[in-house]
Design a protein. Structure first.
Length: 133
């Protein structure tokens, strides 16, 4: 669901977004674990049954990951880098589309950047910045 966030709206939904982000990250880690187990099974002397079971677990982990990403992005945020912990909230500054920028570990949104610049272009939000609508 697309929407523009004000700074207050983004900070209000942030705790829920963080939970959904952490869940998606955990699902991504589940995929990595399944892939490692599958590689071990391929290189060792395991049965086809063990391989097939692990392959099904990997397929299930991938499905759960994509479902978790869909739930996360249905909040209106855009995932810019799951492993880097970067999420953006669409917003407007005056009439210009901008991103409210959040990095994993931050407890509130304190930065924004232009549409065509990324994390390196982050600018602090002024305390009295009422231009973010």
């Amino acid at each position: 669901m697309f929407r523009y966030f004000t700074l207050n709206e983004a900070n209000e939904v942030l705790p829920d977004v963080i939970k959904k982000f952490e869940y998606a990250l955990a699902k991504k880690n589940d995929i990595k674990k399944c892939e490692m187990q599958l590689q071990i099974t391929l290189s060792a002397n395991h049965s086809f049954e063990e391989y097939a079971t692990l392959k099904q677990q990997l397929n299930s982990a991938i499905t759960k990951f994509y479902e978790s990403m869909e739930v996360l992005e249905n909040t209106g945020v855009v995932v810019k880098g799951l492993e880097q912990g970067l999420l953006d909230f669409p917003s407007k500054r005056f009439d210009e589309e901008v991103w409210l920028c959040w990095k994993y570990g931050e407890t509130e949104i304190k930065f924004w950047h232009e549409k065509d610049s990324g994390f390196m272009g982050r600018k602090p939000i002024e305390v009295s910045d009422e231009s973010l609508v």
